[in-house]
Design a protein around this ligand. Structure first.
Ligand SMILES: Nc1ncnc2c1ncn2[C@@H]1O[C@H](COP(=O)(O)OP(=O)(O)O)[C@@H](O)[C@H]1O
Ligand SMILES: CC(=O)N[C@@H](CCC(=O)OP(=O)(O)O)C(=O)O
Length: 287
């Protein structure tokens, strides 16, 4: 009985591998940037499942780069410190005291939790911020937002060195100012800038919905850049989806081959997207 079950499992695994093989070959040596947002991180199981996907990508020869968020974790610590915080157009108004907390949470607790999860899953990861090796130099986005930055000069040299050593970079969205400032960068924006600097093959934006939905709430599996503009003008793309689709357009213009917006809560979301025919979520291409 047990032998039969094992045999069936083995056959199923072999079939899966056989189906995945052309995709594994297609992505060998490819660069894939993955934005892992604070809401997608959820509990330890979600974190560990994400880490296993990333390690598997590395094992089959992909160069994965993780850019993370951590908005809910920043909110938690600000609340414990009795500091109030507000968002304007999806960006946190960041004064000097808030910036200190943002840097502590993102570069410290959140970044190291991901590095540890990747290590526990059998991989090797190095945690960075935009300050490390001048990866992401920023200018102020808008004086009314305080220390919120827009990436303006990227130097991805340190990332390519890590690829050569088969180490997975894990990047916190903290930017370096030109005059000693520290900038808080929206996680989606940072991921788009990193993907464009690397001319990545894929940018995966993990979120808490299955993808970009149409006016009837149905997921649109393939979109061109002009569809995004039409859907935004019509008000179908709204709220938190706006910075994501804006990032997608910016990344495509910056030389990224395709962007996918997908549900980070689905087990093995990244692997399903890369290594199956149907993929997952909404695929956005230039055009
Ligand atoms: N057309 C759309 N398709 C899908 N989601 C949309 C759309 N328009 C607005 N949204 C909203 O965008 C949200 C995703 O953005 P956000 O909450 O900022 O994600 P995250 O926390 O993962 O960065 C969805 O939960 C949904 O409420
Ligand atoms: C400028 C700005 O708003 N920065 C974000 C950075 C973290 C982030 O983007 O986290 P999620 O991806 O989890 O939302 C913030 O302070 O919350």
């Amino acid at each position: 009985m047990r032998k039969q079950t094992m045999q069936r499992d083995w056959i199923a695994t072999a079939r899966t591998l056989n189906e995945a093989l052309p995709y594994l070959q297609r992505y060998e040596g490819a660069t894939v940037v993955i934005k892992f947002g604070g809401n997608a991180m959820g509990d330890d199981e979600a974190m560990n499942s994400f880490a296993r996907d990333i390690v598997l990508m590395r094992q089959v020869g992909v160069n994965p780069v993780v850019v993370h968020g951590g908005g809910p974790m920043i909110n938690d610590l600000l609340k414990r410190l009795n500091v109030s915080s507000e968002f304007v157009h999806g960006k946190r108004v960041t004064d000097a005291a808030t910036m200190e907390v943002v840097e502590m949470v993102l570069a410290g607790r959140v970044n190291k939790r991901i590095v540890q999860a990747i290590s526990d899953a059998g991989g090797r990861a190095v945690g960075l911020t935009g300050k490390d090796a001048k990866l992401m130099v920023c200018d102020q986005t808008d004086p009314d937002l305080g220390f919120v930055g827009t990436p303006s000069e990227m130097d991805p040299t340190v990332l390519t060195k890590l690829f050569e050593a088969e180490i997975i970079p894990v990047i916190a969205p903290i930017g370096m100012g030109r005059n000693g400032e520290t900038f808080n960068v929206n996680g989606d924006t940072a991921a788009g800038a990193v993907a464009a600097a690397l001319k990545a093959d894929r940018l995966l934006l993990l979120t808490d919905v299955e993808g970009v939905k149409d006016q009837d709430g149905k997921v649109i599996t393939e979109l061109k850049a002009h569809d995004i503009i039409d859907l935004t003008t019509a008000g179908v793309i709204a709220g938190g989806m706006i910075p994501k689709t804006e990032t997608a357009l910016m990344a495509l213009n910056g030389g990224v081959r395709a962007v996918v917006i997908l549900d980070g809560r689905t087990p093995n979301a990244c692997l399903l997207e890369l290594f199956t025919e149907h993929g997952a979520g909404s695929l956005i291409r230039q055009g």
